[in-house]
Design a protein around this ligand. Structure first.
Ligand SMILES: [Zn+2]
Length: 65
């Protein structure tokens, strides 16, 4: 599958192909375009509770003999 990569400002076609992240400068309007493929990254979809770091060691009178 080929994706068209267009400038977000002037709409000029900059490239085509596949990318994960892409920084490309438009030669026409000189705008920096940042593209990021977020199609197959499962970010909080149907996951209500995230893993929070609550495994914090309590430091009261464990060592110190
Ligand atoms: Zn442009």
């Amino acid at each position: 599958m080929e994706n068209e990569i267009r400038c977000g400002q002037c709409g000029r076609k900059l490239a085509e192909g596949q990318y994960l992240t892409l920084h490309i400068k438009c030669p026409r309007c000189r705008a920096m375009n940042h593209f990021k493929a977020t199609s197959h990254t499962p970010e909080h979809q149907g996951v209500p509770d995230r893993t929070r770091p609550d495994a914090k060691p309590t430091d009261h009178s464990v060592a110190r003999r």
